[in-house]
Design a protein around this ligand. Structure first.
Ligand SMILES: Nc1ncnc2c1ncn2[C@@H]1O[C@H](COP(=O)(O)OP(=O)(O)O)[C@@H](O)[C@H]1O
Ligand code: SF4
Ligand SMILES: [Mg+2]
Length: 332
């Protein structure tokens, strides 16, 4: 499968008065052409920092990519010039955020903003820009697009605003769309509609999507693959089926127990006890050890190796080590 993005051993730190926050600690993953990869984990685990790194939008200082590579179609984005990066952002890799209002200019009509988005990257006239903007608004499902183009952001509902932001992100036909908690600010019905829109757009355009969320419920409908992040590391990756039906990391299992499932709405929801480790001085071993009911003596001392369970399913957990007592692995 063609790889659009390859993230290799990415490390990102922030220097603060209290010391260095090691926000991302050796993250490796690929994004394949036309797939939706979800990155899931509790707040503060490094999801946004990972996506900002891909866009080279880490505030620096205090932030810094200290190690690793971000390959976009073979090109290492960690060392391209800022001028080059400006050409890539929006045109090749686009990003949308949780709050559509921050991405929109309240003083311009939405049509003008979408046209401006194209003209930043393409040398086209007003009429051509208008035509492309109109097509985009129709693609993202805004009714009466020709009329609504002339309206201002405050004249749209939250869900419609997020559609406009998606239109802006897609107007230059990027190969990668990074959506960081794109539905968190929306109510459940609208959330489902926006997720449906992502699928629809992907079918029509073939864009590869990284969907970032703290909510496993959100990814159940749309993700092809899921990467579970904890304390700056990806601790388990697998197909959506593998993660939902055969999770192997105790943290993944904990996350699954803590989200409402569509097929078991009366089931008890159990939040994971405790909180993630301090990223100023993360533990040497498994960062989940302090919260893990299966932790063994080795866990807090040595970080587990990656175990490959299938061609796409892999997990970082000592329970998978061939030397671990089999009854322990069976218990989880
Ligand atoms: N500008 C910053 N300065 C210092 N620490 C930061 C900054 N941005 C993010 N962090 C820290 O990096 C870690 C990961 O944050 P983030 O990627 O935003 O988490 P998530 O998106 O998973 O909720 C957190 O501990 C956060 O406090
Ligand atoms: S490595 Fe040990 S502490 Fe970490 S998740 Fe696995 S069993 Fe639990
Ligand atoms: Mg975030």
């Amino acid at each position: 499968m063609e790889k659009v993005l390859e993230i290799k051993d990415l490390h990102v730190s922030f220097s603060t008065y209290g010391g260095d926050v090691k926000a991302v600690r050796g993250v490796t993953f690929d994004l394949h052409k036309g797939e939706t990869l979800a990155i899931v984990g509790e707040s503060g685990c490094g999801k946004s920092v990972t996506s900002q790194s891909i866009m080279r939008l880490i505030p620096s200082p205090p932030g810094k990519i200290t190690q690793g590579e971000i390959l976009f179609k073979g090109r290492n984005l960690t060392n391209v010039s800022e001028t080059e990066m400006r050409k890539i952002r929006g045109a090749d890799i686009s990003m949308i955020f949780q709050d559509p209002m921050t991405a929109l200019n309240p003083t311009l009509s939405v049509g003008e903003q979408i046209i401006e988005g194209i003209r930043q990257h393409k040398n086209i006239g007003q009429a051509e820009g208008r035509k492309a903007a109109l097509e985009m608004m129709e693609l993202v499902g805004i009714p009466s697009a020709a009329v609504r183009m002339k309206q201002y952001p405050h004249q749209f509902s939250g869900g419609m605003r997020q559609r406009i932001v998606i239109a802006m992100a897609l107007v230059c036909q990027p190969e990668v769309l990074i959506a960081d908690e794109p539905t968190t600010a929306l109510d459940v019905t609208i959330q489902a509609q926006i997720l449906e829109l992502f699928r629809d757009i992907q079918e029509k355009t073939g864009v590869s999507i990284i969907l970032i969320t703290h909510d496993l419920g959100v990814v159940a409908q749309v993700a092809d693959r899921i990467a579970v992040m904890y304390a700056g590391k990806i601790v388990e990756t697998g197909s959506r089926r593998e993660i939902f039906y055969n999770p192997q990391h105790p943290y993944t299992r904990g996350l699954l127990r803590s989200v409402p499932r569509l097929d078991a709405d009366d089931a008890e929801l159990l939040p994971i006890d405790g909180s993630p480790p301090d990223l100023f001085s993360p533990p040497a071993g498994c960062p989940f050890a302090a919260r893990c009911e299966h932790a063994m003596e080795v866990c807090s001392r040595v970080y587990p190796n990656k175990t490959r369970l299938t061609s796409i399913h892999q997990v970082d957990c000592w329970l998978q080590d061939e030397r671990a007592p089999k009854k322990m692995a069976a218990r989880i």
